[in-house]
Design a protein around this ligand. Structure first.
Ligand SMILES: Nc1ncnc2c1ncn2[C@@H]1O[C@H](COP(=O)(O)OP(=O)(O)O)[C@@H](O)[C@H]1O
Ligand SMILES: CC(=O)OP(=O)(O)O
Ligand SMILES: [Mg+2]
Length: 403
C-alpha cells in the first residue's frame, strides 16, 4: 500500500485568478477538509501575479516572478512547486474543476474528455466572464498533469430541480427549445451551504433562502433541500446587483443602447465589468473599500445593494409561501455584519430578528446562527467551500472508475 497521502485538487480558474485547494482522499473514498488552499491573482495581461496560501501551520503571501509568456501556464508551474513545498509528497488522483455553465445536458459532475469540453466551449457565450477561463484552466491542467482524470463540476447542476414555472421565461417557446431559459448559478456553493445547514438545523428541509454574496451574487430558494427558484437566470448577470455586474435590468435599456449605436462588446463590458457596486459608486467593486470610503456615492451603492437583496428575498419568499431559514455566504455574506443587519432589519416584516452581538461575532470562520430567540426565522452565516463539493464529486467518480 502506498504511504503517500492521496489527494484531489479543486480548481476555480477565473479571468485573472486561479483559486485552488487540496483535499485529502480518504480510505473510505470520501474527501477530508482542505489541507492547503490559496489563489494566484494578477494573472490578467500586464498583471502582477501574487500568491496567497494557507495551510494548517502557515499563511503566506508573496509576489510571483513575471516572465514573458502565458501567465496561466506559469501559475501552474508555480502551483506544482507550491504543492511540493507545502503539501509534502502527495499523490494527486484527480483535478476537480468548477465550471459555471453545464447547459441543458449536465445536471451532474462528469469526467471531462475532448467531446465534453467541445460541448462546454459552445456554452461560453452564456457565461463570457467565466466559462472560457474555466475551460482554459481544464486544458492547462491536462497539459500539466497528463493522463490524470479531470472532472467538471457545474454551478448550474444544483438548479436542475427547479420546476417549469421557474425555468421558463415568458418568451416564444421556440427560444425555450433552443435552451433560452433560467439555469441559475453558484450551485456548488449552495450545495455546500445546504449540507452544512442540514447538519446544524432542524429547519434545513423547510422553506430556506440562501444568499451567496461575493463578487458574483445570487439568492436561492430551497424546499426539501433542493433548489426551487433562484435569482440568476440564463446568464450570471440576472438578479442581484454585484461587484461589477448590473443584475436584473429592463431589456428595454439594451434596445435603447443598441439604437444609440452601442455594439455588443460595449454593452457586454458595461453589464459585466463596469456596473454593480463599481458602476454605481464610481469608487470600487470591493465592499471593503466602499465601507472605508467617505464618498456618499459609496454609501449609496451599498444601500442599493441591500435594497436589491431585500427585494429579491421578498420575491423568492413569495415563491416559497414564507421563509423559515435565511443563510448568508460568500465574501460579503460571511464578513459584512452591517450588511446582514441592514438586510434582516428590512426583512423584519417576515419575522426575522438578528442578535446583534452574535451577528458581529460571525466572521466567516465557522458556521454560526445569528438570530435572536424572538426571531421566527432562523438566520445563519455559513462559510462556503465550493472546492470541497467539487472534490467530493471527483472522489465519487473515482470510486465508480475503480469499481
Ligand atoms: N471583510 C469583508 N467585509 C466586507 N466585504 C468583504 C470582506 N471580505 C471580502 N468581502 C467582499 O467579498 C468579495 C469577494 O467575495 P468572494 O466570495 O470571495 O468572491 P469570489 O466570487 O471571487 O469567490 C470582495 O470583492 C468583497 O466585496
Ligand atoms: C456564477 C458567478 O457569478 O460566479 P462568481 O461569483 O464566482 O463570479
Ligand atoms: Mg464566487
Amino acid at each position: 500500500m502506498s504511504a503517500r497521502q492521496q489527494a484531489i485538487i479543486a480548481v476555480n480558474a477565473g479571468s485573472s485568478s486561479l483559486k485552488f485547494a487540496l483535499y485529502p482522499y480518504l480510505a473510505d473514498g470520501s474527501t477530508g477538509a482542505a489541507t492547503l488552499s490559496g489563489g494566484i491573482d494578477g494573472l490578467e495581461p500586464d498583471g502582477q501575479p501574487a500568491l496567497a496560501l494557507r495551510t494548517a501551520s502557515a499563511s503566506i503571501k508573496q509576489a510571483l516572478p513575471t516572465t514573458p509568456g502565458d501567465s496561466f501556464e506559469q501559475a501552474l508551474t508555480a502551483l506544482r512547486g507550491i504543492l511540493r513545498q507545502h503539501a509534502g509528497d502527495v499523490e494527486v488522483l484527480a483535478i476537480a474543476h468548477r465550471i459555471v455553465h453545464g447547459g441543458e445536458r449536465y445536471a451532474q459532475s462528469v469526467l471531462l474528455d475532448a467531446a465534453t469540453l467541445a460541448e462546454l466551449r459552445a456554452l461560453a457565450p452564456l457565461a463570457p466572464l467565466h466559462q472560457p477561463h474555466n475551460l482554459d484552466g481544464v486544458e492547462a491542467f491536462q497539459r500539466a498533469y497528463p493522463g490524470l482524470p479531470q472532472v467538471g463540476c457545474f454551478d448550474t447542476s444544483f438548479h436542475a430541480s427547479m420546476g417549469p414555472l421557474e425555468q421558463n421565461f415568458a418568451l416564444p417557446q421556440a427560444l425555450r427549445r433552443e435552451g433560452i431559459r433560467r439555469y441559475g448559478f453558484h450551485g456548488l456553493s449552495y450545495r455546500y451551504v445546504a449540507a452544512r445547514l442540514a447538519e446544524h438545523s432542524e429547519r434545513a428541509g423547510d422553506r430556506v433562502l440562501m444568499a451567496h454574496l461575493g463578487n458574483g451574487a445570487s439568492v436561492c430558494a430551497m424546499r426539501n433541500g433542493a433548489s426551487s427558484a433562484t435569482s440568476m437566470g440564463f446568464s450570471a448577470l440576472d438578479g442581484l446587483m454585484m461587484g461589477t455586474r448590473s443584475g436584473a435590468l429592463d431589456p428595454g435599456v439594451l434596445l435603447h443602447l443598441l439604437r444609440q449605436g452601442w455594439d455588443c462588446a460595449r454593452i457586454e463590458a458595461m453589464l459585466y465589468k463596469q456596473s454593480g457596486l463599481l458602476g454605481v459608486s464610481g469608487v470600487s467593486a470591493d465592499m471593503r473599500t466602499l465601507r472605508a470610503s467617505e464618498q456618499p456615492e459609496a454609501a449609496f451603492a451599498i444601500e442599493l445593494f441591500v435594497h436589491r437583496l431585500v427585494r429579491e428575498c421578498g420575491a423568492l419568499t413569495a415563491t416559497l409561501g414564507g421563509v423559515d431559514l435565511l443563510a448568508f455566504t460568500g465574501g460579503i455574506g460571511e464578513h459584512d455584519a452591517a450588511l446582514r443587519q441592514a438586510a434582516c432589519e428590512q426583512l423584519g416584516f417576515l419575522g426575522l430578528r438578528v442578535d446583534p452581538a452574535r451577528n458581529r461575532e460571525a466572521d466567516g470562520n465557522s458556521i454560526m446562527a445569528i438570530h435572536a430567540s424572538s426571531s421566527s426565522v432562523e438566520i445563519w452565516v455559513v462559510p462556503t467551500d465550493e472546492g470541497r463539493v467539487a472534490a467530493g464529486d471527483a472522489a465519487a467518480l473515482l470510486g465508480t472508475m475503480t469499481r
